[in-house]
Design a protein around this ligand. Sequence first.
Ligand code: PLP
Length: 404
Amino acid sequence: MTLMHALTMTKERGLIIPIPQVEPRTAIPLQNLRIPGPTPVPPAMLAELARPVINHRGPEFAAILRRVTARLQFVFQTNAPMLTFPASGTGGQECTLVNLFSPGEHVVAITIGHFGNRFAQIAERYGLQVTRIAFPWGEAADPAIVETRLHKLAPYRGVLLTHNETSTGVTNDLQTLSVLIRRQNPDALIVVDAVSSLGCIPLEMDAWEIDVAFTASQKGLLCSPGLMMLAAGPRAWEAKAQARLPRFYFDWARARAPLERGQHPVTPPVSLFYALDLALEMMLAEGLEAIFTRHRHLGEYVRKHVRAIGLHLLADPVSASNTVTAVRVPEGIDAKALLNTLRERDQVVLAGGQEHLSGKIFRIGHMGSCEVRDLFTALNCLQVRLKEFGFAAGTHREERLAQW
Ligand code: PLP
């Protein structure tokens, strides 16, 4: 067969893939990114991302990995081994489940929203028997109800918890919950999704006897999306030795062995490690307590001014999150149109609601690299656009920025 003949036949069978005609790349204007992740990456970290890539098996990367691991242990407040995986927060959920449990095992999922439900769903997909202790969206888990429910349950191996529920802007009282779980079941594995809390809201893994906690780089850690970090304590490693769910990429043992030589089990996103390295240095320079205080202030600032505009919060202020605020959309306002206008006209980017809260709430992110001035501008624009949309918005400007 001649080449021409072969080409003709390939064409006739429709096997030639044409060069794609795609929309041209365009410049994206600088945005006031106020979604609950990914969060804005400070310029110093962006510069790190632009540095030349190095050998991930060389001494320079080993030094980065040693620094990052030790500093993450401090941020998680743990002595447990710290593992990093190229993955997102969902990867953290899956990674935890496959290392800890065996098919058919009974686990409890305390869920207060979309991400708690996702954790439970992944567990079900892997064939675990899941009992949900669910609370209405917008509320935190009530410790008394959790304790009563746990008391009545058939034996269970672990409890899955979300520290901060990003879909509703609610923070669980993790310390109280972990103490009561331990009281009810001293052997239970306490597993915490800290994706939108770690590095912003206090979490003391060892002191609170948490067995596994994980987070992702794009939320409170000032870094771009793509890295998942997980700490597993001694009880979790014992459980891992017995756990029979299949795993390879996310196997903790595969990740831990090369770590001692300053290496990663797969080719790691070197550039993200540069940024994380600097991010952790900056976080420690600011100080964990100072970061927690800054987020408390940011949370209070948003809640106060959202109310001053005349809007209503989804969460009870007692359990309202200091990293993300969910705001009820006023009657008659098209949430999608409002958020589009803010993005297109003001470059202020807010997030919508998820699942049944779609169109009913919008969410303002204030975690990681965030200052009051970013929120001041975003809230000003929100107020102006709401008025244009026919809402009798109050004014939040009366509150002087200098007070914060
Ligand atoms: N858990 C929580 C609490 C989250 O907020 C998110 C994402 O926002 C996830 C899990 C899932 O993370 P990802 O979207 O990075 O996979």
